[in-house]
Design a protein. Structure first.
Lengths: 340, 340
DNA sequence: GACTGGCACTCGCTACAGTCGAGTGCCAGG
DNA sequence: CCTGGCACTCGACTGTAGCGAGTGCCAGTC
């Protein structure tokens, strides 16, 4: 069944009013606040249709209407335009991100910036190792039987692992190992390394074989197979705005979900094309988040994508504004990464 | 004014009951649940005195008594014995911490373990750089004018910074720089490095001077002066247990405080002797946390202390249990660090 | 056929009165 | 110094009533 333009305008008005007032909106208030050009009674008829179609609902019989998840979906897809950022916001983004000394620093600043601009919970995934290439591998002797393996990725990520060698390895051998490993692996995408590492173990001189074997095990198991993803989070205090009306009274499930890296990664770390993704309420696969919406997108230097970032908040959120902010921040971060 | 033994027993009973039931406790319930050997009326008289002295109070005129912050303080100082951990808890700690591959991993596991055992918010400070020594400094060329400086500390921490060189530096010079820097700084406490770095810049051959100068700036400014502290957090969902009765209805101030690293560091990152510290309610210097208590202690390999860890929860918490758990976990972590 | 004004109806919210009961403070007596 | 008894307080809960925002429906108008 088709909805004519006016019904769509009514839906849009309901969403906008509800988002800003947080109260069910009635037909009378609607015609007063928006130039719909019709009477409340007409609006009521339209509302009845919208309700029948599942776009809005009444919390109680004698209350105004509230958008459903489906209503928000329609609003996002067809009724809203991405708001351009205000100059103040643009300046804030630049000011915030300039002067980051370090990948950690970039991620940290980004996540706080996002939380501050959107007034929601912000989530930023560190550049994924799976999509990084090896820039350099460093072996630092800790003792004769211990090495610290430091991997520097082209995305700026640095990971380290302690390697317990099967026996003592002299300093010269460590130098050889370092050279060999770098010759073979530097520049390779992390996902392409397994066969290379395999080859390394086989080609290596006999006396280095045992050390190289344990080294390769650590490398493959802790860096490649379970590719270590990291996540930064900020703005959880924003969940308490709207005083428990959002999230039907309990922050518990939300806070629990936010503690699970796996969940967050699923939310914002998707591969997908570079479009912005919006998940509304029960579209979400996690029960804990059925009262929340997520706006996320990928970021990376140039047009490649190395990680995701986004915000999470009540379904009653300012979608156009948040979408715009998330996109803008992702773009700036991408530029920042491209410079390094 | 002195409190006799029975009054103290009454206070202890009130604290214990209130902590477990979360409801104001009355005189009748008290004599039923504890073997005090006296009648409710007597208990009432004792309560009146305790209230006058500020150890307990009545939420409403016709309600039972609730401990005040001062009452908890007395309880913690004089009325409670540290609970020995159950074997199950000991096993949990060992099981949880065995198999950590990495300092990050240790800290991560520790903070989750603490949150799980105490059912409170857990906070763990990474080993402080200020109390670490330099184990090794690595310089990785990124381009001819860029280096990645990687510092590995004896505590296992690894920090990296991008260094923009004033001009191109050939590979051999980087090797020289690396050697010089390590000869001078390896083994030094980070806090002792400034004069050493100063000397380095002066001693270095003229052609390396500019590079060494920028290098030393980065080193001193980002690693020594503003000593980068890091913090891990877990268990925020535990704040919602006790359904908003704790924290007088709003998690907001607590969540805000937990987002401020500075605040957390002040809470758990104190120098102090190796005793366990308990901050109760308004003893806390931050207004946001006046409804919360913190139990914290230092940890480190052997008897030295390299960082702090602890838990944060409502003033109505199981102090003896949490103190025991915090201590035990700190001890295990210390042992773990000593092994590396 | 679409829109509008009018009207009866629903139902959550608030205020108010009344009851109940847990808990207290006090006092006289052991 | 402790205890049992007793009057009192006051929050929690219940039921009732009135208010008002908002609705659905219908007959009338353009």
């Amino acid at each position: 069944m088709g909805l004519d333009d006016r019904k769509l305008a009514v839906l849009r008005a309901i969403v906008e009013d509800y988002v800003s007032t947080q109260e069910p909106v009635g037909s009378k208030a609607l015609v007063e606040r928006h130039q719909l050009g019709v009477s409340p009674a007409t609006v009521r008829n339209d509302m009845a249709v919208l309700e029948e179609e599942g776009y809005i609902r009444q919390p109680h019989t004698s209350a105004g209407r509230v958008p459903t998840d489906r209503g928000y979906r329609l609003f996002v897809d067809r009724l809203s335009r991405v708001k351009p950022l205000s100059p103040a916001e643009r300046r804030a983004i630049e000011r915030f991100l300039v002067g980051a000394v370090d990948l950690d620093d970039v991620v940290h600043r980004t996540v706080r910036l996002l939380a501050q601009l959107t007034r929601q919970v912000a989530v930023v995934q560190y550049p994924s190792l799976a999509r990084s290439s090896v820039r350099h591998l460093e072996l630092v002797p800790i003792s004769t039987t211990r090495l610290m393996l430091v991997m520097i990725a082209d995305t700026g990520r640095v990971e380290q692992r302690l390697v317990e060698l099967p026996g003592p390895v002299p300093a010269d051998d460590v130098t050889d190992l370092r050279r060999l490993v770098n010759e073979k692996l530097a520049g390779a995408r992390l996902s392409d390394t397994p066969p290379l590492v395999q080859a390394l173990v086989e080609e290596v001189p006999a006396e280095l074989r045992p050390a190289m074997t344990t080294l390769s095990t650590v490398l493959l198991e802790t860096l490649v197979e379970r590719h270590e993803e990291r996540i930064a989070l900020a703005g959880t205090a924003n969940l308490t705005r709207g005083g428990l009306l959002d999230f039907q009274g309990s922050l518990r499930p939300i806070l629990e979900a936010l503690e699970e890296e796996v969940v967050l990664l699923k939310l914002i770390g998707e591969t997908e094309p570079s479009t912005t993704r919006v998940l509304i309420g029960d579209e979400n696969e996690f029960d804990n988040l059925r009262a929340a919406s997520v706006v996320s997108t990928g970021y990376g230097p140039g047009s490649t994508i190395v990680g995701g970032l986004g915000v999470l908040g009540p379904t009653r959120m300012d979608y156009p504004g948040n979408i715009a902010t998330v996109r803008a921040v992702a773009r700036y971060v991408g530029e920042l990464l491209a410079q390094n």
